[in-house]
Design a protein. Structure first.
Lengths: 568, 202
């Protein structure tokens, strides 16, 4: 039998980017919290190294067992077998993937919250991509803005405001939604190469800027600033300048003594009573099974794990899985479309050091910042060039047809070119579709015997394909303006297991098409809240984490303020 | 990954012990201990064959040491004995098949052939024209990838000896902190020939 523990006020499943911020307003409100985390604390001295083999080849920072034992499968749709991906790109730890992410910390645009009605207003109903289940969000940018600001301060985001209270600053992103005030820290510095790219963008009449990042550009709250050493991606920060929740909101919540962390705890089910109320969390820790009763449960796993745990948690009240009596769990899922355009320059660009958040971004071709009339797609992509290049990856570069793949001629090629290749990150506005969803795999199971999550992609999407091709063309223009002599544009590809995975427990007012309400609580089980990008109905053309965190804070804040009515 | 053949409900009736043991966690320290690994996946003869192969992938020439001189074979030997042990069997099968192909088409084992003859063999495999070598292309890609890891990875793992790989592509080496001066485009940072695991790394 499982050991039943003492009831807590709130059980939070997963202390990553989202759960790791939600614990703070709850703890400050005096609620007793059990933080149930599959990973554990990582040690910056022992676990984080300036070593590509360690971080990127063997993925030893990210190879936490739980995630790697339940890697999702991917298939196009019914009738096919799901094929399991080689690795899970996310990790389990106190701090979760905010340990190893790029820390790019964007607000979404006002347009992202009202994409459906804005597209119809400007281009007509026929411009809505065929088969999409896109809805406007139940909340607007203005409603989320105070929570963005809160996270930018609590976590610590560096950046330059482009729009303060409707007034363009002349620096920062001129296309962003209005901010109330400047960022808490100035942006990260540029490098010689990112400065060159900024100058090139200006010759095209574009407005380049240094994008926001949850990384200290100067000492703050007792931690130092970024040291730009070039091992940020898929690695942890050895000087704790990357503001993962493990060094920011989680320790802050611990200081209240209201948060108890149960690490190495593998959650297997969320339990409910016959009335459909959530009663607590079942997990395995140190080879023992426990039941943690809680007045309220906040589910804060990654997008795949959120849908999966709900679908696995079947009961009398929820025969198809928890909060799934409307059949919406796993629906409106989508992985972020994007692409990497690479370029070869005629001389060394010196991007070895730095970090992916040290870069230059242009937003002219994202969202609805240009007229789409007659273009055959809606949405667009942000264009981002950046630093941090590792030697194995550099040597494994595309030869642009200029050399064979081995031998002395190849050696000569990389001797010249490996220090001259740039990469970009293009992130594309992506839509949910009827035939794109998560469910449980028929065959592949984790070692406990539970089926893994399965991604049903529904295949190629014409809107996103055209959008990516358009962005690649713009990226080529930008590179050429900076002097690039070769460009490689990979063919647009349907996303598989993604680090930017959205939906599956979408937020909306209509319970027939959404799992959680406008506050992030289940339409069906009122004391179950869901956190993370799994509640987001649109992606924006930028990284999701800040939005997931702002929403998580907002849900936790709402819970603390309405404790009696939600907890009974 | 376990691939269950039982019905979901049957799996749940598995003994409690199975369930709990299945959830045991591998501590990170154990994974780190695997990282360095110890040599001895390959016999001396296999090592010679491997060297004969990767020597043509990245030859020593006027631009500096090649894969063998930089010790990429040491890296490969260690990873196949340690963290990549699960691919050791397939890799060695591929290596033996290439050696058999060499004997069949060039009249001798790979390690005894001239560079020119070995180049012909690699070219045939790379082009997909090597007859009777159905897995040749897979082996080629895997051997090439591991050679790159050995040549350009941290010397801690046995390859990139004398920082030959990093010098070849002007990678200046891992540093624990980097200032703006070291990120200029018009001036390369001075090479810092250190392993991130070495005693002098700062």
């Amino acid at each position: 039998m499982a050991t039943t523990l003492k009831q807590v006020d709130v059980a939070v499943i997963g202390l990553g980017a989202a759960g790791g911020v939600a614990v703070l307003p709850l703890a400050r409100a005096g609620l007793k919290i059990a933080g149930i985390e599959a990973g554990t604390w990582m040690d910056p001295h022992k676990d984080f190294h300036a070593d590509e083999v360690f971080n990127n080849v063997r993925r030893l920072v990210t190879s936490s067992p739980k995630a790697q034992r339940e890697i999702p499968t991917v298939r196009t749709g019914p009738g096919e077998k799901g094929v399991q991906a080689a690795a899970h790109p996310m990790m389990n730890a106190v701090g979760g993937t905010s340990i190893h992410y790029w820390a790019q910390s964007w607000r979404l645009k006002p347009w992202d919250f009202r994409t459906r009605s804005e597209v119809i207003r400007r281009y007509g109903a026929n411009a809505i991509p065929a088969g999409t289940t896109l809805e406007d969000w139940p909340i607007t940018y203005d409603e989320l803005a105070p929570f963005y600001e809160r996270i930018e301060d609590e976590v610590g985001v560096s950046g330059a405001a482009g729009n303060i209270q409707g007034k363009l600053t002349g620096v920062g992103n001129p296309f962003e939604g209005p901010r109330d005030k400047e960022y808490p820290m100035p942006p990260l510095r540029g490098s010689g190469f990112t400065d060159r790219m900024a100058d090139a963008a200006k010759t095209l009449g574009w407005k380049p800027f240094a994008p926001p990042a949850a990384i200290n550009s100067q000492p703050r709250k007792g931690r130092g600033s970024c040291v730009y050493h070039g091992y940020c991606a898929t690695g942890g920060c050895h000087v704790s300048a990357k503001n993962s929740t493990a060094v920011t909101t989680i320790p802050e919540a611990q200081r209240t003594k209201n948060l108890t962390i149960f690490d190495h705890a593998h959650v297997t089910r969320i339990e409910t009573d016959s009335n459909g109320r959530t009663t607590g969390v079942r997990y395995i820790r140190n080879r023992q099974e426990y039941f943690q009763p809680a007045k309220v449960v906040l589910l804060a796993g990654y997008t795949y794990e959120n849908s999966r745990l709900l679908l696995l948690s079947k009961s009398k009240a929820y025969p198809k899985g928890l909060s799934n009596n409307h059949g919406q769990v796993g629906r409106h899922y989508f992985g972020h479309w994007g692409t990497n355009v690479t370029a070869l320059f005629p001389s060394d660009i010196n991007i070895w050091y730095g970090l992916p958040a040290q870069g230059t971004t242009c937003d002219e071709w994202a969202d609805d910042h240009f007229d789409h009339a007659g273009m055959g797609f809606v949405g667009g992509s942000s264009l981002h060039v950046y630093t941090e290049r590792h030697p194995i990856d550099a040597a494994a570069m595309n030869t642009f047809g200029r050399a064979p793949g081995w031998g002395s001629a190849w050696k000569k090629f990389i001797h010249d070119a490996a220090a001259r290749q740039a990469q970009t990150y293009l992130q594309t506005n992506t839509f949910p579709y009827e035939t794109l969803y998560l469910d449980l795999d028929d065959d592949i199971r984790d070692p406990l015997g539970d089926p893994v999550c399965r991604i049903n992609t529904g295949g190629m999407r014409e809107n996103e394909r055209r959008s990516v091709l358009h962005a690649q063309g713009k990226m080529e223009e930008w590179y050429r303006a900076a002097g690039a002599i070769e460009i490689f544009k990979p063919p647009p590809a349907v996303p598989g297991v993604s680090t930017h995975a959205y939906g599956g427990t979408r937020m909306g007012d209509n319970p027939d098409t959404n799992v959680v309400n406008r506050w992030g609580f289940s339409h069906e089980s009122p004391n179950l809240g869901i956190l993370g990008a799994s509640v987001m109905g649109t992606s924006g053309a930028r990284n999701p984490t800040l939005t997931a965190q702002a929403l998580a804070w907002r849900t936790a804040d709402y819970l603390a303020k309405n404790w009696k009515s939600i907890s009974f | 990954m376990a691939q269950g053949t039982f019905d979901f409900d049957d799996e749940l009736r598995f003994s409690r012990r199975e369930l709990i043991v299945g959830a045991a966690f591998v501590p990170l320290a154990a994974l780190v201990a695997q990282a360095q690994g110890v040599p001895a996946a390959l016999t001396p003869a296999q090592l010679k064959t491997l060297e004969a192969f990767i020597d043509r992938l990245i030859p020593s020439d006027e631009l500096g040491p090649g894969a063998v001189a930089a010790g990429a074979q040491v890296y490969i030997d260690r990873v196949l004995a340690g963290p990549n042990a699960n691919e050791k069997g397939q890799f060695l099968q591929g290596l033996e098949a290439v050696d058999a192909y060499a004997k069949r088409t060039q009249g001798g084992p790979l390690a005894e052939l001239s560079p020119e003859k070995r180049d012909q063999i690699l070219k045939a495999i790379d082009d997909g024209t090597a007859l009777g070598l159905p897995q040749g292309r897979n082996f080629f890609n895997r051997a090439r990838r591991l050679t790159l890891e050995g040549m350009f990875g941290d010397p801690y793992y046995g390859g990139n000896q004398g920082f030959a790989g990093w010098d070849l592509i002007r990678y200046p080496g891992p540093r624990s902190a980097v200032d703006a001066e070291m990120q200029r485009m018009d001036k390369a940072p001075a090479p810092y020939r250190r392993s991130a695991w070495g005693p002098q790394y700062k």
